[in-house]
Ligand binder design. Structure first.
Ligand code: GDR
Length: 326
């Protein structure tokens, strides 16, 4: 059986990927930094054969020991300090986990693998790297102009992944994933904040949702679709970089409107208040990806549409909030 190690196992992508790999017959190991993480039972509930192991992207020695213990065929580096908003308040932690953490993992692989390419690595690169891109839609050749400490850290991790591939022959691929969401999305991110808020307004548990920039436009897909592309990338004989995107962009305002409509509420403006404290020192206005390369070379395309995604999230939160309230 092939063996896979996933960092960032408690995030939405980690959970969907663990389920996908388990269904394909892999032995899956999910890395956590400590066993007291309250998400662990929830993660294991959906993937009973998943083995939780300890390691830390902030500690090279722990990564080397973990690679020795697990002996994976594939490593998926989904671990990061992934909140763009919080990265402005915690730039140093963001750089250490997201940028240097990726470097440490690459170093651990280089030391262990010696450049044989026997272990395949997926690096979760981000559309945030494009920032104020002058080209639209963005593809693998679009220059980066990061707009947050998080995005700067992801640019470092991305270039380091490419460098280790070129310098040491590592089988290291990077997926430049545009925003992808799901009912498992953390509440720090705007889509989940909206879907929970809408559910609670619908159930009479709160009156309003406080939001920042409603004009930002993002290319939003479904996390469950994106993890398939991650796996496909590591099945290719040669490592490479791929944009993962739907090719459609919608504003935060669009998301709010469709989410309220999915809950049967048309006068959404009454329920949204603007909170300037939620504005970022510098934000990304609009992103939209061109995933032609992934479509042509991997045969990948996202299945869940924007309205389906919004509805899925609102329905899941309506169910969950109603349960909590009863
Ligand atoms: P993003 O996701 O920064 O695109 O990064 P997020 O959902 O945090 O923000 C999207 C846009 O919504 C605006 N916004 C708000 N955002 C949050 N979080 N909370 C609010 O209340 C709010 N109001 C408006 C933001 O300003 C922004 O413009 C996500 C993360 O998953 C990254 O880790 C990942 O790399 C990229 O997507 C691709």
């Amino acid at each position: 059986m092939p063996r896979a190690l996933i960092t960032g196992i408690t995030g939405q992508d980690g959970r969907y990927l663990a389920e996908l790999l388990t269904s394909k017959g892999y032995d899956v190991f999910g890395m956590v930094t400590g066993r007291d993480n309250p998400m662990i039972p929830r993660v294991c509930a959906n993937a009973p054969s998943l083995e939780i192991v300890e390691g830390d992207l902030q500690d090279l020695g722990s990564l080397i020991s973990l690679l020795d213990a697990v002996a994976p065929d594939e490593v998926y580096n989904l671990g990061a300090a992934s909140s763009v908003g919080r990265s402005f308040a915690q730039p140093e932690i963001t750089a250490d986990v997201t940028a240097i953490g990726a470097l440490r993992l690459l170093e651990a692989l280089r030391v262990r693998d010696g450049g044989s390419g026997a272990v395949r690595l997926y690096q979760a690169s981000s559309s945030e790297m494009f920032g104020t891109a002058r080209v639209s839609p963005q593809d693998e050749l679009t220059p980066f102009h990061p707009r947050s400490p998080y995005a700067v850290a992801k640019v470092f991790a991305h270039h380091t992944t490419v460098n280790y591939r070129e310098a040491y022959g590592l089988h290291a691929s990077a997926g430049i994933a545009f925003n992808h969401e799901s009912p498992r999305r953390g509440i720090d991110f705007v889509t989940r904040k909206i879907s929970i808020g809408v559910a609670r307004v619908r159930l009479g548990l709160q009156q309003t949702i406080a939001l920042g920039n409603l004009d930002a436009a993002r290319d939003w897909g479904f996390s469950g679709d994106y993890v398939e592309a991650m796996w496909l990338m590591l099945q290719q004989p040669e490592p490479d970089d791929y944009v993962l995107a739907t090719g459609e962009t919608h504003t935060v305002r669009d998301f709010v409107e469709v989410a309220f409509a999915a809950a049967g509420i048309d006068d959404w403006e009454r329920h949204v208040v603007h909170d300037p404290r939620l504005l970022r020192p510098s934000d990304v206005d609009v992103l939209v990806g061109d995933a032609s390369k992934a479509r042509e070379r991997l045969g990948w395309k996202p299945r869940v549409s924007f309205p389906e995604l919004v509805r899925m999230m609102v329905e899941a939160d309506l169910e969950q909030e109603a349960r909590h309230d009863s």
